[in-house]
Ligand binder design. Structure first.
Ligand SMILES: Cc1cc2nc3c(=O)[nH]c(=O)nc-3n(C[C@H](O)[C@H](O)[C@H](O)COP(=O)(O)OP(=O)(O)OC[C@H]3O[C@@H](n4cnc5c(N)ncnc54)[C@H](O)[C@@H]3O)c2cc1C
Length: 367
């Protein structure tokens, strides 16, 4: 079977790798360089802390695959609540996660402080600790997926923007080629690309920001503050801090971080740790959203498949969803085949839905 994959991010490359491993003839078309979309800009949080059983099954599958590729770096993930309603939500999440077999504990502020003395636990009501969470290096993820896919037989063409002439015909500046199937994993561009062949997707783009501090001298976990709505993860001897999402037009957005985001993020780090590092670098990237917060991953037309709408979770899920999608394209079974098809079916919406990408910009991180 010949398959074109449009988009050289973590999702496109994971799909290409899985297809190639099943002996499909795969060509990846990336309009720019590999990882030049959201995948290269991600924070790299990667955890199994999901209260929903389908999300937990996807996470478990993804983490196993990242471990197998030697890309998963263990790093405990702590999330905290500072008011009663957030605290109730966190306690319920922990109970749900434990039912899914996830290694999480509820910690009192005192227990959290004992474990991480550099954290100021004043004002914290409750904390969850996901013991088997980790982090990824986004550049390494992209490079390893590409190298492994090439070794498995995939062809990867960069600087190769495509449009669709039909659901299975791809046009590059140099050629027009027809495949048995086309998988579009082009981030926010997936929507305009497939619109050209009459497929309407319920997809929006939002802009998320992150920064890396100068080095700090403290041992900290990955951290999400559900009440103050920001997160960080240790990155080398510094912290990567993020928040600040808002809906944008994917054709017209600013990849530079806002000065206000940088000030706010550094203030928050200082409030919770008493550390006051300066900002080393900051940036913004585009995430994708759907009306119900679940991805669009499946068949969208005759021979046409899409994979987008990750709601800020695409990097950590990429190998699981890539394998799932490759199996679906090849009509094979996959461990997630019994959990996912309805949840992620792109045709569950007709594309005309009105919705806000960011009803609750933190919903991605607080599960
Ligand atoms: C600041 C920030 C922090 C984040 N943190 C995390 C995190 O901690 N954990 C997590 O799991 N996720 C995180 N995310 C989300 C994550 O980055 C995305 O969900 C994920 O990278 C999506 O991967 P993708 O392959 O679908 O898309 P992308 O990486 O965007 O790849 C799509 C590719 O398609 C290409 N393309 C577009 N149009 C065409 C065309 N016409 N022809 C050919 N190629 C085309 C683009 O150039 C791009 O390379 C974060 C995102 C941002 C912005």
């Amino acid at each position: 079977m010949s398959v074109a994959v449009v988009g050289g991010g973590a999702v496109g490359l994971s799909t290409a790798l899985a297809l190639a491993r099943h002996n499909a003839s795969v060509t990846v078309f990336e309009r720019d360089t590999l990882g030049s979309g959201a995948s290269g800009q991600a924070a790299g949080l990667c955890y199994d802390a999901f209260a929903d059983d389908v999300d937990a099954a996807v996470a478990a599958d993804a983490l196993t695959r990242y471990r197998d590729l030697d890309l998963f770096e263990p790093q405990p993930y702590v999330w905290v609540a500072r008011d009663e309603s957030d605290a109730t939500a966190v306690r319920e999440q922990i109970t749900g996660m434990q039912k899914n077999g996830v290694a999480v504990d509820a910690l009192t502020p005192a227990e959290l402080g004992d474990r991480y003395p550099a954290l100021d636990t004043g004002g914290i009501e409750v904390a969850g600790l996901a013991r088997k969470a980790g982090v990824l290096d986004p550049d390494k993820v992209v490079a390893t997926l590409a190298e492994t896919a090439r070794k498995a037989g995939a062809t990867i063409e960069t600087e190769s923007p495509v449009s669709l002439a039909s659901t299975t015909t791809v046009e590059t500046p140099d050629e027009t080629r027809t495949f048995d199937a086309v998988v579009v994993a082009a981030g926010p561009q997936t929507k305009p690309l497939v619109a050209d062949v009459g497929v309407s997707l319920a997809l929006k783009a939002y802009r998320a920001q992150a920064l890396v501090t100068e080095p700090i001298d403290a041992t900290l976990p990955s951290f999400y503050d559900a009440t103050r709505e920001f997160y960080w993860r240790p990155k080398g001897n510094a912290l990567l801090v993020g928040d600040g999402a808002h809906e944008v037009d994917p054709r017209d957005w600013d990849p530079a971080a806002d000065a206000e985001f940088v000030t706010r993020s550094l203030d928050r780090v200082e409030q919770v740790t008493a550390l006051a590092p300066a900002c080393d670098r900051a940036w913004a990237g585009l995430c994708t959203a759907t009306p119900d917060g679940a991805p669009l991953a499946g068949q969208a037309g005759d021979g046409l498949w899409v994979a987008t709408g990750w709601q800020g979770h695409g990097l950590m899920r990429a190998p699981a969803l890539g394998n799932y999608l490759a199996a679906a394209v090849l009509d094979r079974r996959n461990p997630l085949s019994e959990h996912l098809p309805d949840r992620v079916d792109p045709t569950r919406f007709d594309g005309s839905e009105e919705f806000a990408a960011l009803d609750d910009p933190t919903r991605d991180w607080d599960k």
